[in-house]
Design a protein around this ligand. Sequence first.
Ligand code: SF4
Length: 302
Amino acid sequence: MKKYSWEEFARLMGVEPQVLENKEARLLKKFVDEITWPTHCNYCQGLDLSNPNPVHHPSYELTPACNHDCIFCYSNVAVKLGKAPKPGYYGWDNPKAITVSQYGEPLLSPRIVEVNKMLRERFPEARLDLQTNGSLLTRELWEKLDFDIVMISLDAATREKHKMITNADTFDAVVNALRIVGEDKSVVSAVRTIFMPGINDEDIPKIAELAASLGIDEMFLQPLTIHELNVERLRKAGLDFERAESVREFLKVAMEAKKYIDVRISGCLLVQLKQMDPLTLFSVRRVAREVAPLVKRSKLEL
Ligand code: SF4
C-alpha cells in the first residue's frame, strides 16, 4: 500500500496544508542558539538547569552606598528595606569567582585597593570580577587595581538620558572609565546594560557602538527586574511594562546591538531560552517583578 506524507494525505482529502511559519521566530531561535553568556557568568550556579535553588557567585560587599540613584536599582531597594548586606565576604572556601560587589558602588569605599589585594592573596585561584558604575574610576586608581573582569554599567547613550536614569551627571566619567578598561587588554571588559523598553531601547545599539569603539569586549545585556518600590519611578520615566516582560522584544534589541559588539545575555536566562522552540521564544513572557532583593549566601569571616 502506498504511504502518504501528511501533506499529500491532506491534499487527497481536498485540504491545502499550511505550515505554521514565522520567520521572526526562526531568527530569534537562530540568534539564541548562536550567542553565549557573559564571561562573568562562567562558574555561576545559575547555568545549571538541574540545580533547583542556584545562588549567585560569592561576593565581597564593600558598601551599600552609591553615588548614583538609578530608577531600577535593586541595591537601593535593599537599602530602603533594611536588607542590604553588611560589608564582608558572602561565599565559601575555594570559590571559582568573586564579584566585588553585588550591592552599592565599590569604588566609593576607601578600602577597595586593600580588599582587592587581600582577596588575591586569600583566594589566588579565584577569578575577581569588579562590578561598578564607572563614575569614580580614574587612571590613577586603575593602576592600583587588579581584576580579571570589569563590568561597567551604562544604560543611556546621551548625557541627559544618563542623568535621568541615574540621577547623576556622570556620563562623561563613565565613558572615560570604559575607555580606561577598554584599552587594557589584560582584563575582560564589559558594558552592562539593562533593557528598559520605552526608556532606552533606542539607546542600546548606540551604547554597543560606543563601547565597541572604546575597545570594550562584551555587552552584558540584562532584562529588567521590576522591584515594587521602583514601579512609580519607572512609570514616570516612560517604561513600557508590557514590553519589559516580552522575551521577543528583549532579543530584538540584543540582535540590534550585536551589529556592533559581542552581545551576551544573562546566563541563567539564556540557558532556559536555548531549550525553547522558535514559537515559544516568540511568545514567551518572563516574570519581571520582585519585591525584595536578598543575598542567599552566608557571610564567611576572612
Ligand atoms: S546573570 Fe545569572 S548566570 Fe550570570 S552571574 Fe548572574 S545569576 Fe549567574
